[in-house]
Design a protein around this ligand. Sequence first.
Ligand code: ATP
Ligand code: MG
Length: 443
Amino acid sequence: MSLANLRTHYTSQIDPQQLSDQKVTLAGWVHEVRDLGGICFVVLRDREGRAQVTLVKKKTDPEMLDTARKLVRESVVSIRGMIKPESKAPNGYELIPEEIILLNEAQSPLPMDTTGKVEAELDTRLDSRFIDLRRERTTAIFRIRHEVLRAVRSFLTDRGFIETSSPKVVATATEGGTSLFPITYFDREAFLNQSPQLFKQILMSGGLDRVFEIGPIFRAEEHDTRRHLNEATSIDIEASFCDHFDVMEILENMVAYIYEQVIENASTSLAFLGAELKVPKLPFLKLTYDEAIEIVNASSDEMLNWGDDLGTMAEHIIGEHVYKETGESHYFIIDWPTEIKPFYAIPYEENPLLSKAFDMMHRTMELSSGAQRVHVPEMLIGRIESQGLDPEGFEFYLKAFRYGMPPHAGWGIGCERLVMSMLGVDNIRDVVLFPRDRRRLSP
Ligand code: ATP
Ligand code: MG
């Protein structure tokens, strides 16, 4: 038996009028079997939808009827038959079978319900992700993620960016050694990289001019929040002869474009999730760090959680404030104190206490950080030292600055945070197929 004969169409590709009385073969999972005595319905489900297979007892070969009745839910089948338009059936047709091939029988009971009648706990769903993905709602998230990444690639390619990849196994920390996973690399210690930052900057010295990368970042932070993973997907750009305002403009336009593309290409998936997207208005509001602090101070004083960043509660207060004032969820915070931003962010010449660094925020959380970078080697060494780091560990990076490094700027935006903020999903684990967090290392 050739596998090519197991399927001629997806369930969604059947036009009941055009294919009326014609033979097709569908393949997928047994979603449901309803045996009503004189008539038996099998609902076949594939990636694109469902089809009703109808077996009328009097008109059906007894052996095939027996096979159909005994089908166990979620088994894999291929069913060849005739298309009959039927307005009461899903998609407006039913399939009158001529042959049912059981390709692989599912055990029962299933690890979790797939019909959507009972909502399983997130942990249960993640433990049996393969079954969870058989629910349209779950698949919808990953179809939308695909559209997001497709839009990113097309947007950046159209603007002259070249897609590159940087190593994930590295010898030095990007921003100091606190939040890295150490690994054994032959007889040496190495780390999983927390960001492509240093490498994408080296590429600017190489003259690639505009690059982007979509790849994993690893953070060994022990937080257990709804918006942190220990392995995440970062969308990063770096662009030469640009300042922070230039790359902010690229970022906000990209976000708006992604929303447009998802609305255009993933409407069915959005409907499954009950998500209604509104394309964010351009340009995004720009608050200075000082203005952001003022908003927080004006609203409360005891809830603040100052770390070396804007605390979570502060982010919420500002996000709600901006939303109330503008009706928009996205905004920038610019002009950060140099002290609390990484060494590679360039300070303003006229006020070195502030840097040309920014965060792009969603009402609910930080989505992106970026900056114009330090491109002068002496200044960079000074900045590395002032953050208590040893420039010697950064020699491979510093070298690229000594032989002609153009001024440049860039940002990184978390793919998962982008998707979850877009869809109103409140746990980041929902938008990752196989999340890695403090407790979860399998599957
Ligand atoms: P936060 O302060 O929210 O923990 P961060 O400032 O440490 O984030 P950056 O180093 O600025 O994060 O990384 C750039 C972007 O990458 C973040 O804005 C976020 O969208 C994403 N990102 C960073 N760390 C994580 C993580 N642990 N889980 C998911 N996404 C992350
Ligand atoms: Mg950040």
